[in-house]
Ligand binder design. Structure first.
Ligand code: DAU
Length: 365
């Protein structure tokens, strides 16, 4: 159970980076619904580009507590006086380029956003922290949202945890690993109070349709081939975004400064089995003349494709009393329903971002 009253008292002003993205926007909805904190969201997308991400639901709960500013954190001069305006008690750093395939196609943006962007934010956070009163210094946190991919790839056995070695394999995971190292360095060297989390694969509403689950759903309902890379036997540990948000809030409330917490879904699936699950559910709730499974197409593998990710969340479970509470069966059904009810959102996002559902399967190195 999240103590929202305590959270709101402790963190009156919150700065969020990347709050128009998938996890960030769901996180903002949660805060607006349950806390009284002031929220300042900076994102390099504009509302116009992503207006349907903070969708109709947002209109019904938007309040004067929420402010948005279009800022690219990789441009130091754009961050400017944001810390003076937002005056945060905590920073939740979601902003990142996050799609592995895109990092293979064009790595430069990943270096800029994930490494330079994090560096710029750390610099500004430290300046801000040093000017806080002693009471506010006690509270202030820089909470970095990271990924299990920084630990590389697992074989059929074993799990990642906080003691795993960093062994990133893709430009994306290497850039996130770099950002993790920067955050840790700012804690050790400059005593900036940080918290860090490394999560497994998220799913849920508002995930961009270049990631596996929304791509399966949107390809299926548009009657397009569902591309599965390689033999489909790669394994991911799927975490529902609402469980992830519970974990992030738990860490913000109970986490120990300087600590890193791994967050997993206890829900391993091979890509092909996940894909068949979704097709079976769609066959039930949105039937067409043929099973959606007939659209599955095995395509060339992703270069350097990590075989398996899986997280052992013992630390956060035992020390902070968090655990995933949503069942996969219910959460995947809710996710599918969300996409079926928001097809205009999918079309809009695809158009604005120039997605061609099939393009990312064709690798040219
Ligand atoms: O582990 C957390 C990470 O999970 C996050 O940090 C990343 O931001 C996120 O993109 C995700 O990385 P993955 O590469 O695992 O996610 P993606 O949805 O791209 O792919 C999931 C699996 O599905 C992976 O084994 C590749 C495969 N795949 C993906 C796509 C888009 C396919 O077989 N076909 C596809 O069309």
């Amino acid at each position: 159970m999240i103590d929202y009253k305590y959270f709101s008292r402790r963190y009156k002003n919150i700065l969020i980076t990347g709050g128009l993205g998938f996890i960030g926007s769901n996180f903002i909805f949660r805060l607006l619904k349950n806390t009284t904190s002031n929220i300042f969201n900076i994102d390099k997308l504009s509302f116009k580009k992503n207006k349907l991400s903070l969708d109709n639901q947002f209109k019904t709960i938007s309040t004067s507590r929420y402010k948005f500013c279009k800022i690219d954190i990789s441009e130091k001069n754009e961050i400017g006086n944001i810390f003076d305006i937002a005056n945060p008690d905590i920073v939740f750093h979601f902003a990142a380029e996050s799609h592995v395939d895109r990092s293979i196609d064009s790595p430069e943006n990943f270096i800029k956003s994930n490494i330079n962007g994090t560096f710029n934010l750390l610099e500004e956070s430290l300046l801000h922290y040093r000017n806080l009163t002693p009471q506010r210094k006690e509270i202030f946190k820089f909470q970095h949202v990271s990924t299990d991919e920084v630990f590389g790839s697992l074989g059929v056995e074993g799990y990642f945890n906080e003691n795993s070695n960093y062994l990133p394999t893709s430009p994306y995971s290497a850039s996130k690993a770099s950002s993790d190292h920067l955050v840790k360095a700012w804690f050790h060297t400059f005593k900036l109070p940080i918290l860090m989390t490394n999560c497994s694969n998220n799913y849920g509403p508002r995930q961009f349709p270049d990631k596996l689950i929304p791509k399966i759903i949107t390809s299926a309902i548009n009657n397009q081939p569902i591309s599965i890379y390689g033999n489909g036997l790669n394994i991911r540990d799927w975490l529902y975004v609402e469980d992830h948000i519970n974990a992030l809030l738990t860490v913000a409330i109970k986490g120990i400064s300087g600590f890193q917490y791994c967050i997993g879904g206890d829900n391993e699936k091979s890509n092909i089995n996940l894909c068949k699950d979704i097709c079976n559910l769609l066959d039930e709730i949105y039937p067409k003349d043929k099973s959606y499974k007939s659209l599955i197409k095995f395509v060339d593998d992703r270069p350097g494709h990590d075989f398996r990710y899986s997280i052992d969340s013992t630390l956060i479970k035992n020390e902070l009393k968090w655990q995933p509470i949503y069942t996969y069966q219910k959460a995947i059904q809710d996710t599918i329903n969300w996409y079926l009810n928001n097809l205009d959102w999918v079309d809009y996002i695809k158009k604005e971002n120039g997605y061609d559902g099939q393009r990312l399967g064709d690798f040219q190195l």
